[in-house]
Structures are given as C-alpha cells and as structure tokens.
Write a protein that binds this ligand. Structure first.
Ligand code: ZN
Length: 138
C-alpha cells in the first residue's frame, strides 16, 4: 500500500489542478486508507497550513493513525519533488508515534521512507518517556 502513495498523491495533484506550483500530501493509515490533502494558503504566513495538515486532521477524525506520510511539490512549472516533512509537521505527526514512516527528499527520484524517530533522534518528549534501559539497576 505504501508503494501506492506516490501514485495517489500525483493523481490527486493532477485532478486538483492548482494554477501554480504547490504542495500535496498523501498518508496511509493503519486500516489501509489513503488520505490526500493540499497546502492551504493564507494572507498571513503563520496561518498557512502545510499539505500534510489535512491528512493529519482527517486521520485524527477517523481515529485511524497514520503509518506513512508523503509530501510532494508539484505544479505546471516545476519538476515533481518529494519533500520531507517540515519540523511543524514532524511535531504534528508524532501524535501517531515515532515509528511513523516519512517520505524523505531524495535526488535519485526514488521514494524512500525513514521513521520519524530517525528524523528526530533527540525528540523533546523523550525527556518525559521512561526508557527500559533507564530502568536497569533500579
Ligand atoms: Zn509542514
């Protein structure tokens, strides 16, 4: 199923047919659903929403955790590029656990995924999570 994400997001992007280059996302959920979403523009930069945000909100609404997330840059005047999740989206995706697989930017045209914990090896929330190796000797 994860292998279909790139095809699905590209299909969605072509169908959406935005007049200019923008970002699109697709996410695979634990139950096998593929969700799609698009970047939301706003006059104030801080009000803009990354493409992944719609998938994250939909998965939350469905109570169906995201297992894989992919974001692309696509449009009439650009080559399609895979974009790694930005810091804010990594933060948002962490609600599904640090094993969520994130498509990462590669220049070879291949879709590669890395677990969120590999993108964020020193995640701030780990300070509050007890790890089993910290329990030794207690
Ligand atoms: Zn983002």
């Amino acid at each position: 199923m994860k292998d279909n994400l790139f095809e699905k997001v590209l299909e969605f992007a072509k169908e959406y047919n935005a007049p200019k280059n923008t970002t699109y996302a697709a996410a695979l959920t634990k139950s096998g659903k593929i969700l799609t979403s698009v970047y939301v523009d706003a006059a104030v930069d801080s009000a803009q929403l990354c493409a992944e945000t719609g998938c994250i909100a939909e998965a939350t609404k469905l109570k169906d955790p995201i297992t894989h997330s992919l974001c692309i840059w696509y449009g009439p005047t650009t080559d399609t590029k895979i974009l790694s999740a930005c810091g804010i989206c990594q933060e948002r995706l962490s609600r599904f656990g640090m094993d969520v697989m994130i498509a990462v930017s590669e220049n070879n045209g291949e879709v590669a995924y890395k677990p969120l914990k590999e993108l964020r090896p020193h995640f701030w929330l780990d300070a509050f999570n007890e790890k089993s190796d910290n329990q030794e000797g207690k």
